[in-house]
Design a binder for this molecule. Structure first.
Ligand SMILES: NC(=O)C1=CN([C@@H]2O[C@H](COP(=O)(O)OP(=O)(O)OC[C@H]3O[C@@H](n4cnc5c(N)ncnc54)[C@H](O)[C@@H]3O)[C@@H](O)[C@H]2O)[C@@H](O)CC1
Ligand SMILES: Nc1ncnc2c1ncn2[C@@H]1O[C@H](COP(=O)(O)OP(=O)(O)O)[C@@H](O)[C@H]1O
Ligand SMILES: [K+]
Length: 495
């Protein structure tokens, strides 16, 4: 699914109005009905609904929502923030329709704000995607006061004051909803960690905007909400699904090799060999009998390039690897020789493999094109330097992927997969229960397994991240986020 910028969304609205065709007031009605559907599935008629509306189309939505909820028997109070003389046509029309049924309150000063605040659910329809400057005056005062309320708060389309696709000023006043119900497409701002408080849990409400227009819109940002794994042929055999090599573990971190190996096996790979330090041999053989195990000459670390690398279809390096000097030399050697092994082979680099790259930046030039790097934010910072805000981080991420022709998975809520063509695919699955040691090792195993089966690296990364999060969601359903551990993600992988 595409993520569009505010100007494109406006053009999409207008195109839908002209081409469907649908009068804009009816499109607003459709959007408001979609919101009301979401609302009535979650909240019953007990208690008040306090709607705070602006004077543009987001405000128009708010007034239509008020009328629809009133029709359904909800006790609705409408407060219009009187911040300007300008009103949109559809706002005026919805005000006209509403005033036949309900009295509205006009908020002009602080006393009006205090009078409007009662017990009830707060719906923010003050400003939407049209916001283009920091809030001030009566809107700012209203938002400051609403944010102090303990009531449940819901934003229509996007929180008032939050920019759709650029950073907000550090001291900006922005509405802080518990929920956002956004129309048709996710907005970029909602996927960035720094905006967490200005988004809450967000939901998408389909309002039937023009599909062909969306298809033709150019964008670098995508949202992965489904993937299509390959079907396994009935006549397939283990040779069909590739042979993966995982190079992982050091003394005290053999568990990382186990987690990555099990995840790789549960992602459909034909054969798996794990290369671990000598101290890991028995642990691996006992814990993961399905994998073959090779050991390094070094007792506690990985130090030496295996001789028969050409056998493998994909190699994953880094989980629990450590940063011993001999391991640094090993990584340099494998990067140097990788293109000779076979340029089509996939390579995944995670954890200490990335930390070694950060501490030896000249090694970055040896990265084989199409490699998959899976840093968490700290690892990415070490690799690429710091940033002032999440939009700048996104820019760095894209620049890094383009410069080194690699795929970078920046992990977290809505992990961002940046491709060498500069596009970024945000993931939809996963939950905070996955914020636990070893979850990243599981992801490395999954992506390595997909690469070994012949998935192109871009697809292996996007699909692997999606399935990893989905398995985390299944695990959380069973044991709850607090109780789940990385091994549960593996147990809940379903393809
Ligand atoms: N155009 C359409 O057909 C549809 C629009 N919809 C709604 O319309 C919203 C966008 O509506 P608008 O483009 O009218 O914009 P808004 O309602 O977000 O804002 C209204 C106007 O306020 C002004 N403004 C911007 N920043 C301000 C600030 N800080 N203080 C005071 N005024 C400020 C701008 O002139 C802006 O156009 C969407 O978020 C969505 O809720 C939906 O009804 C779906 C259909
Ligand atoms: N709040 C969250 N929501 C969704 N996914 C998360 C969240 N926290 C962590 N994850 C996922 O869990 C994994 C953690 O990886 P990482 O930090 O490398 O863990 P480790 O190094 O312990 O293996 C990543 O794939 C990340 O996307
Ligand atoms: K809003």
């Amino acid at each position: 699914m595409k993520i569009l910028i505010a100007d494109q969304i406006r053009a999409l609205d207008n195109y839908t109005i002209e081409e469907e065709p649908v009068p804009s007031i009816d499109l607003m009605e459709r959007a408001s009905k979609a919101f009301v559907r979401w609302y009535t599935e979650r909240f019953n008629q007990s208690g008040k609904v306090l709607i705070f509306a602006g004077l543009g189309n987001n405000g128009g939505d708010g007034l239509a929502i008020a009328r629809l909820l009133d029709n359904l028997g909800y006790e609705v109070e409408v407060n219009i923030i009187n911040y300007s003389d300008k009103r949109s046509e559809d706002f005026e029309e919805n005000l006209h329709r509403l005033e036949k049924m309900l009295m509205v309150n006009w908020i002009c000063d602080e006393e009006d704000i205090e009078n409007a605040l009662k017990n009830g659910i707060i719906i923010d329809a003050i400003l939407g995607t049209g916001v283009n400057r920091p809030l001030n005056g009566i809107i700012k005062e209203t938002i400051l006061r609403l944010n102090r309320s303990n009531s449940t708060k819901i934003s229509v389309d996007i929180a008032t004051g939050l920019y759709t696709d650029s950073p907000v000023e550090p001291d900006a006043v922005i509405f802080k909803p518990d929920f956002t119900v956004t129309f048709q497409l996710p907005k970029l701002a909602m996927l960035l960690p720094e905006n967490e408080n200005f988004v809450g849990n967000w939901y998408k409400a389909d309002i039937g905007l023009h599909v062909e227009f969306i298809e033709n819109c150019a964008t670098d940002y995508f949202y992965t909400d489904k993937i299509q794994p390959k079907i396994r042929s009935n006549f397939s055999h283990k040779g069909t699904f590739g042979h993966a090599l995982l190079i992982a573990g050091s003394y005290g971190s053999i568990g990382a090799a186990i987690l990555a190996s099990k995840a790789c096996l549960r992602s459909g790979v034909g054969l798996l060999t794990a290369l671990v330090p000598e101290c890991g041999y028995e642990i691996m053989q006992v814990s993961v009998p399905e994998a073959m195990c090779k050991t390094d000459v070094s007792k506690h670390t990985i130090s030496t390039l295996p001789k028969d690398l050409t056998v493998y279809n994909a190699v994953g390096i880094g989980c629990g690897l450590g940063k011993a000097l001999e391991t640094v030399i090993f990584l340099e050697n494998i990067l140097k020789s990788f293109h000779e092994i076979n340029p089509k082979k996939g390579l995944v680099l995670d954890a200490d493999a990335l930390n070694i790259l950060s501490e030896n930046k000249k090694l970055l030039d040896l990265l084989p094109p199409g490699s998959v790097l899976t840093p968490h934010p700290k690892e990415f910072q070490r690799l690429a330097g710091g940033w002032a805000n999440d939009f700048e981080r996104l820019k760095l991420l894209r620049q890094f992927a383009i410069k080194y022709k690699v795929i970078v998975v920046l992990k977290g809520r809505h992990s961002a997969v940046a491709l060498p063509n500069g596009s970024v695919h945000f993931n939809s699955t996963g939950n905070a229960g996955m914020a636990t040691g070893g979850s990243g090792d599981v992801l490395t195993g999954i992506i390595t397994g997909l690469l070994a089966q012949g998935y192109p690296p871009e697809e292996a990364a996007i699909s692997g991240v999606f399935k990893h999060g989905e398995a985390g969601d299944f695990a959380a359903q069973k044991s709850g986020q607090m109780a789940m551990i990385a091994g549960d993600i593996i147990e809940n992988l379903r393809w």
